[in-house]
Write a protein that binds this ligand. Structure first.
Ligand code: ZN
Length: 213
């Protein structure tokens, strides 16, 4: 099974939404995928938690990526002289990576499985879908978690070496939940399976499975 198929299946299991509750109209979804229509936090949250919308979104994004690759290949094939003439700045203009998108997302560890070992987290069947970009992340910690400073990391599938790491102050809310807000920069991570790790002080790490589309 290729990676893309794996994502589709993982997300179809996680958020089937057969009645299409809360779905944006098809042309709005297409506009957001093509980045011609701005995506507000609520819509982004919906798309990443609705299997039909997510499939469509991913399909359009992949089509754009394919077309871009064909176009770049065409430029190189058609104008070999251009290769010689390109200065470093020209190269930068052509291949400059776009400004990372910003996202706001929330994950509630009271509803998601949390594992002590990274291997269990990596193989779990229903991962949380985490956006790629600058992510303003609100994490509700498992019940009875103490407030204080927590470290947060994202690790690749089954590996404990963090690819992204940050820390933040968790606060106790009036409803007795513990909320940790951090910013994570995931725009350089490749699509795939990851684990979100968190711990307070020098305690053992807890992990929960993630998938980055
Ligand atoms: Zn939807």
């Amino acid at each position: 099974m290729d990676e893309l198929e794996w994502f589709r299946q993982a997300i179809v299991r996680a958020y089937p939404n057969p009645e299409r509750l809360g779905c944006p109209p098809p042309d709005a979804l297409e506009g957001m995928a093509r980045r011609t229509v701005p995506m507000v936090a609520a819509e982004q949250d919906h798309i990443f938690h609705c299997s039909p919308c997510f499939s469509r979104y991913l399909g359009i994004r992949n089509e754009i990526r394919r077309r871009h690759l064909v176009r770049v290949a065409g430029i190189w094939a058609a104008a070999p002289v251009l290769i010689v003439a390109l200065s470093y700045s020209g190269y930068r203009v052509l291949f400059r990576s776009p400004t990372p998108q910003e996202f706001t997302t929330a994950m509630n560890m009271q509803d998601h499985p949390v594992f002590r070992g990274i291997h269990q987290a990596a193989t779990h069947a229903s991962p949380f879908v985490f956006p790629r970009g600058i992510v303003h992340f609100a994490l509700t910690l498992p019940l009875a978690s103490e407030p204080g400073v927590y470290e947060v990391v994202i690790c690749r599938d089954g590996q404990t070496e963090p690819l992204v790491a940050t820390s933040g102050q968790a606060a106790l809310l009036p409803d007795h939940s513990t909320l940790l807000k951090v910013d994570l920069d995931t725009h350089r991570l490749r699509p795939g399976r990851y684990a979100l790790g968190f711990r307070k002080d020098e305690a053992e790490w807890s992990y929960s499975p993630l998938v980055l589309p």
